[in-house]
Write a protein that binds this ligand. Structure first.
Ligand code: GAR
Length: 196
C-alpha cells in the first residue's frame, strides 16, 4: 500500500457518510486515505453528485459482477460501504478479506441483519422504547452485519424523537466514527504489511 490507502466507496443513497470522508480528507484530517472511486448501486443516488463535485471517478453497478470489475479497475486497497443497501457476494468478500468495512446505524448486535437498514432501524428503536441507540463500524464478512466490530459509539434517544430526528443525531456520530474506523483499518493493514 502506498502512503495514502486507495479507498473505493460503495453507496446507494444520499451519501452524507461519503461527504464526511471527502470533507475530512480535504481538511487534512484523514490524510492516510484517498478516494479513488465511488460506485453506486443506483443511477439516481445523490451520492454520485457529491462524488462528481469532488472530482472523484464514479460508476453505477447494479450487478455484483460489475461491482467486482469496477473495484479491480480502481486499484482500491480498501472498500467502504457507506449507505450501501446491497449484500456483497462471497467472491467480493474473499477478494477483499478484512479490507471491507460498513457503517451501520445501530449498536450491533441490536437492530441489525436482514430487514434492518436505514430508517427501518430507527423506527424499530423508537417503537421498542430504547433509551439509547448508536452507530457501528465493522468489517464485512459473508453474513449481514455479522463481521468483527471495529468501533461503536452510543447516541441517546431523546423524549419525543421521531425516526427522522433520531436518524439525524445518529448520522452525525456515523460521520465521525466512519473516518475513525477507516483510520484504524489503514493502520492495521500497514502494520501487517510492515511485519511481512
Ligand atoms: C446511514 O445511516 C447508514 O448507516 C445506513 O444508511 C444511511 C445512509 O446514509 N446504512 C445501513 O442501514 C446499512 N445497513 P448516507 O447515504 O447519507 O450516508
Amino acid at each position: 500500500m502506498e502512503d495514502s490507502a486507495k479507498v473505493a466507496v460503495l453507496v446507494s443513497g444520499g451519501g452524507t457518510n461519503l461527504q464526511a470522508l471527502i470533507d475530512k480528507i480535504r481538511e487534512g484530517r484523514l490524510e492516510e486515505a484517498k478516494i479513488v472511486k465511488v460506485i453506486s448501486s443506483r443511477p439516481d443516488a445523490f451520492a454520485l453528485e457529491r462524488a462528481r463535485k469532488a472530482g472523484i471517478d464514479t460508476a453505477v453497478a447494479a450487478e455484483q459482477d460489475e461491482v467486482l470489475k469496477e473495484l479491480k479497475a480502481s486499484g482500491a486497497d480498501i472498500v467502504v460501504l457507506a449507505g450501501y443497501m446491497k449484500v456483497l457476494p462471497p467472491e467480493i468478500i474473499e477478494s477483499y478479506r478484512n479490507r471491507i468495512i460498513n457503517i451501520h446505524p445501530s449498536l450491533i448486535p441490536k437492530y441489525c441483519g436482514k430487514g434492518f437498514y436505514g430508517m427501518r432501524v430507527h423506527r424499530a428503536v423508537i417503537e421498542a422504547g430504547e433509551k439509547e441507540s448508536g452507530a457501528t463500524v465493522h468489517y464485512v464478512d459473508e453474513g449481514v452485519d455479522t463481521g468483527k466490530i471495529i468501533l461503536q459509539r452510543r447516541v441517546p434517544v431523546i423524549e419525543g424523537d421521531t425516526p427522522e430526528t433520531l436518524a439525524a443525531r445518529v448520522l452525525e456520530t456515523e460521520h465521525e466514527i466512519l473516518a475513525e474506523g477507516l483510520k484504524e483499518v489503514i493502520k492495521n493493514i500497514k502494520k501487517d504489511e510492515g511485519g511481512k
